[in-house]
Design a binder for this molecule. Sequence first.
Ligand SMILES: *[C@@H]1O[C@H](CO)[C@@H](O)[C@H](O)[C@H]1NC(C)=O
Ligand SMILES: *[C@@H]1O[C@H](CO)[C@@H](O)[C@H](O)[C@H]1NC(C)=O
Length: 371
Amino acid sequence: MKALWRNMEQDRERAVISWSPFMISLVLLMSIPMVFVLIPRIPPPKTLPGIPNIDETDDLALFRRATLASDEGGEGDGLRRRPASVPKIAFLFLTNSDLTFAPLWERFFHGHERLFNVYVHADPASRLLLPPTQSFRGRFIPAKSTQRASPTLISAARRLLAAALIDDPANAFFAVLSQHCIPIHSFRFTYRALLADPGARPSLTSGRRRRRSYIEILSGEPGLQDRYVARGEDVMMPEVPFDKFRVGSQFFVLARRHAVMVVRDRRLWKKFKMPCLKSMVDSCYPEEHYFPTLLEMRDPEGCTRYTLTRVNWTDSVGGHPHTYRPPEISGNMIKNLRTSNSTYSYLFARKFSPDCLDPLIKLADSVIFRD
Ligand SMILES: *[C@@H]1O[C@H](CO)[C@@H](O)[C@H](O)[C@H]1NC(C)=O
Ligand SMILES: *[C@@H]1O[C@H](CO)[C@@H](O)[C@H](O)[C@H]1NC(C)=O
């Protein structure tokens, strides 16, 4: 072995000696560009994924169209065009997998075709194996990639709002849902509950009742400070001071004027679209902050401050709520899910594993859609 090493070293010496000074300077010269290629790659990125520029450009064009196309949807605060028909509910589904509960939603929608529209944003990387059922067919909007711990989920929800604003001036309420959400009341009950909000106050200018948004808006929650600095110290200023920073479920129902407010916003979005620092990944939930913070700053009186989508955070793991499994499904369980501590009833619930479809369908007529 030793002999072999020595031979190799001798070969190398000979090789160096035989190189002419010209060759050495040529090699040195050629390696200069390599330094420039390599150096910028050395420090790893400090941030999590943000919004690709191309997506941002497309979105801006869409949001401009939505802002132009939309009026106040009969909210009573403008002299603009009235909606053409009775108020409708836009059901906005954000998904990255099959809409397993579509058959349950079909039962819910059946017979109310004049009163709702469906819109779906399906992550382009998702493999949807189930063919869309009647109400979902042709209702998929142009979608872009979404990821947890990034502002892409905010963009996806804004895209759904914009598409629904443009599509039908009669859309009066915009309910954001996911593939894991289910209805827990009949359509008739849901529609009446949304439209007959006893807390809605008359507008000062027209005297007509201004519809409220059903969106959770919380302050003083543990961990809020960490979530505020998830993009870096002081970066949210001056647009979003900490005392205006709020948290709430990303599953909400917006009144039309608030949907317009969201797609029109540039000022807060400039801050919320910034990617989180890698070191703050555990505090990075932009979609739980953007909407409640925006509405708190622009129209706090116009919001209920609670969500209508029930979720169970008992024993949550890694930011995921409890996922219900078939043995848990029963009539009593549905009734429990509806109960809130207030005067309202929950209308939707999450999160359910796909195999809950059969037990839920069995309860559809006897319990869920009975009212
Ligand atoms: C919430 O989830 C826990 C398990 O994590 C379960 O024991 C409890 O029954 C659930 N609560 C409701 C109201 O479904
Ligand atoms: C109602 O309040 C009780 C006590 O504060 C709490 O344990 C329970 O989780 C609340 N239920 C709902 C549906 O918010």
